[in-house]
Design a protein around this ligand. Sequence first.
Ligand code: MLT
Length: 411
Amino acid sequence: MARINDNYLKLKAGYLFPEIGRRVKAFAAANPGAQIIRLGIGDVTRPLAPAVLKAFHDAVDDLGTSDRFAGYGPEQGYDWLSQVIIDKSYKPLGVELKASEMFISDGSKCDCANILDIFALDNVVAIGDPVYPVYNDTNVMVGRTGEADAKGYYKGIVYMPFTEENNFVPDLPKEKVDIIYLCFPNNPTGTVASKDELKKWVDYANANDAIIFFDAAYEAFITTPGIPHSIYEIEGAKKCAIEFRSFSKTAGFTGVRCGLVVVPEELMGTTASGEKYSFNKLWNRRTTTKFNGASYPVQKAAAAVYSDEGWKQTKEIIDYYMDNARIIREGLKAAGITCYGGVDAPYIWLKTPEGLSSWDFFDKLLSECHVVGTPGSGFGPSGEGYFRLSAFGDKEKVVEAVERIKKKWGK
Ligand code: MLT
């Protein structure tokens, strides 16, 4: 009989969002009249920008013609897409990249997981707590960890608490680590790091031959001037950082699927015998072997995000969500609930009222207000006592959810 990958058995619970989905489904079945408002998973609700939709349609039509038909594209993505992202999104930040350093994919979740293929198992990994669960669970799956302890910390991973005390920017690890996951604007706390704060990490990585995995999935939601949108805005970052970006939240592509990874050519690791080797070459090798590229219409739609019209419309949608974030933030504050984030990110991280545990608050919010959110403890032990609300809902529903919360908890 074939042996399973036993590492999967170390994983504690089911993946967070399906677990929430199961509980909400059970509640809805038992309470058919409840008008449930979903502010849990960060899934977008606005339709695609019209210019993006048109490009998508046109590209599908191309596939129906013999002269514009597209078969296999480059595994790394079409140059016309990489180049427009570089020109429109990186150059204005003062970041120069080559198209050969950018790999277009079918989404950032897969990229964050797949990147582990090109790193040796004995690298020591540092992960935030709370954190986007994919970083933690994929390291467990590949066998980089031992079992989890009673709190949920896996042996072998260095956890970096994101707390009120450190202003949700973790301290540098005391031990030497080889890979550091950073996500800013942060999921789940909705907080950001300044250039000076990121510089500390880049300097640490360069001094310790470590690599930073920088998840910039929410960069388009930054509103505060001067907050870095890319790790490459920090001097020295091309020598130590891989950046992940996503069209999911930026352009409403959660169902369309498109993301990208930047692996600079100067980024080096060492072989078992101590020679330097390029991570860009390895990722290219991995990509050409295991992936056949994001689909042609999806890449055309993604390129249209950066047309003048496409970006104007996309930005309006981003502003819509950020107005939701403001409504949630201000409403919670008016109800006397302490909260963070929601200024440069579409997530609001609140301290549960009455000292409730994250899951108790989840149950109470669902059963008494019919509002769904995400328990902070689902993102890691340091998230206990916190709760995340997403700003990606429909505005009317967001307003209604805030009213229900104010009615229940407001003084
Ligand atoms: C979230 O809610 O944290 C995200 O939607 C998850 C994801 O992007 O995969």
